[in-house]
Design a protein around this ligand. Structure first.
Ligand SMILES: C[S@@+](CC[C@H](N)C(=O)[O-])C[C@H]1O[C@@H](n2cnc3c(N)ncnc32)[C@H](O)[C@@H]1O
Length: 244
């Protein structure tokens, strides 16, 4: 039906999806970084470092981090581009972006932080050399529109990096399901007082396009030479594409 979208395993109106995703991140913002470390046993740091490495940004380049949240990727990119470069953090959610801005200031960096929807980026065409989106695309209502927006703001030859949960290798699926549907909500309840938000995390991962589908979506949105790097047996994948 037109105007519907997935919110985890539920079908909801697009309006409701955006409202409920916003609600999840409002609630988890305070415990977000601690939960990331606990849930991934610190692995998310290595996944992010890998994404930044394969982005191959050079000093002086302009980087846009979409759905930046608490800003891990943005800060790592800022170190790479140096004082002659520019990194801008964006997120639709004020609570997440505020934490990202505070953490960035605490680390001695001052980066522009813009609250906006990835589906309507308030930037001119071709204004960045690299765009990244880490664990954000999954939550977007119209992923195709968001990918097209990321292509629009990139210069020709610029790179898009999508770091996202993906489809785990088949033999590991039962164990991963057990972890996702039992351990994550339990941990969410104990640490963040919110089992539902972490049940949504597990469900939204299952609903997200697999490696091949996302690569095809990126090609359709205007990217070429799309490459996929599987991490942790496909629990996470980095997709890299070049703007045509
Ligand atoms: C799981 S967090 C990821 C944060 C950070 N990139 C990281 O890797 O730790 C997902 C973020 O996507 C943001 N988000 C969800 N929908 C969005 C949209 N339509 N436009 C921009 N940001 C969005 C949420 O507010 C949240 O901060």
């Amino acid at each position: 039906m037109a105007g519907e979208s997935d919110f985890g395993f539920e079908r909801v109106s697009e309006e409701d999806k955006a409202r409920r995703v916003a609600g999840v991140f409002e609630r988890v913002a305070t415990h977000y970084d601690l939960m990331n470390d606990l849930m991934s046993l610190g692995l998310h740091r290595a996944w992010k470092a890998f994404a930044v490495t394969v982005a191959r940004v050079r000093p002086g380049e302009r980087v846009l981090d979409v759905a930046a949240g608490t800003g891990d990727l943005a800060r790592a990119f800022a170190k790479r581009v140096g004082p002659s470069g520019r990194v801008c953090m964006t997120d639709i959610n004020g609570a997440m972006l505020a934490r990202g801005r505070d953490r960035t200031v605490d680390s001695g960096l001052l980066l522009p932080a813009v609250q906006c929807d990835a589906e309507r980026l308030p930037f001119a065409d071709a204004s960045f050399d690299c765009v990244s989106v880490g664990f954000g695309l999954r939550n977007m209502t119209h992923k195709e529109i968001a990918l097209r927006e990321m292509a629009r703001v990139l210069r020709r030859g610029g790179r898009l990096l999508v770091l996202e949960f993906s489809k785990v290798r088949k033999p590991l699926a039962p164990l991963y399901d057990l972890y996702s549907f039992r351990v994550l909500p339990w941990l969410g309840a104990r640490v963040a007082g919110d089992a539902a938000a972490y049940r949504y995390l597990a469900e939204s991962i299952r609903r997200h396009p697999d490696q091949e589908t996302l690569a095809a979506m990126m090609s359709d949105a205007g990217f070429e030479k799309v490459e996929v790097f599987n991490l942790a047996a496909g629990v996470v994948a980095v997709h890299r594409g070049m703007r045509l």
